[in-house]
Ligand binder design. Structure first.
Ligand code: ZN
Length: 264
């Protein structure tokens, strides 16, 4: 029996248990953190869109009021031309002013047409604005609901998360770099997040493959850190895992159920 190997196995198992607890809390949170982030992105995008449309509408309204002012000016000019035309005797002068009056009339027609066009544009923008605003309101309501749900879960588990994170830091420091990296490399590849698995009724507690009895004896002897030939998880025996024979069966069932849930 190698004391340093035994210590390594204990440290690895300890870290695994902490990570599994953190995984369980994250599983309860599920997709919520991502859904909240997505909603926040959506809302920011929609708010920018609403703002742009409102700016467009207000600049169209400004254009309309410019055109209305221009029409007033042209109308005033026409009245002035009319007064002048009444006084003029000279034919050539008359024609010149009459031409000016005609141009002012055409300008008014063109400005009125522009006002109608801008009005139609505003109408269509108002429709887009209403439907965008509706979507925005719906997303905001969703966010309030989801965020409350997430906050509640975080609040419920806050103390435990903080404690687990602290424990995790401590447990990580105990492991040397090589095992710490190996642990994470294995864990990343496992759907159930188990890098260290207990032997359960002669099988790997991670993948449930039978472990040859020779290998089981080696694992029990704590001669070296041994992995499962099938899945590559680090295997620990009962003296490390502390899972009594009676509990093993229960643990197998729970793990199997979790595996089914996570692989769905
Ligand atoms: Zn295995």
């Amino acid at each position: 029996m190698d004391v340093s190997v035994e210590k390594k196995l204990h440290d690895l198992w300890k870290l695994q248990q902490i990570d599994s607890k953190i995984d369980n809390i994250k599983a309860v949170m599920g997709e919520l953190p991502m859904e909240v982030a997505d909603l926040e992105d959506d809302i920011a995008g929609l708010e920018t869109r609403v703002q742009h449309i409102e700016e467009e509408v207000s600049s169209l309204n400004a254009e309309i009021s410019n055109k209305k002012n221009a029409i007033k000016d042209f109308q005033a000019a026409i009245s002035k031309y009319d007064e002048q035309l009444n006084l003029i005797k000279n034919n050539r002068e008359f024609e010149a002013i009459d031409k000016e009056k005609e141009i002012a009339g055409l300008e008014i027609l063109s400005a009125e047409k522009k006002i109608r066009d801008f009005g139609k544009l505003i109408e269509s923008k108002a429709e887009i604005l209403a439907s965008t605003q509706q979507t925005l309101d719906k997303r905001k309501a969703d966010l309030v609901f989801k965020r409350a749900e997430l906050d509640e879960i975080i609040k419920e588990n806050e103390e435990e998360i903080l404690k687990l994170e602290k424990d995790r830091e401590g447990a990580s420091k105990k492991l040397d770099d090589r095992y710490f990296r190996a642990y994470h490399r294995i864990r990343e590849n496992m759907k159930n997040g188990l890098a260290v698995a207990p032997i359960m009724r002669g099988s790997c507690g991670g993948c449930f493959s039978k472990i040859p009895s020779q290998r089981q004896s080696e694992i029990r002897a704590h001669i070296k850190v041994t992995d499962c030939e099938h899945c590559g998880r680090i295997l620990v025996d009962q003296t490390i895992s502390g899972i009594a024979a009676k509990e093993e069966e229960k643990e197998v069932k729970t793990t199997r159920r979790k595996m089914r849930l996570t692989t769905k």
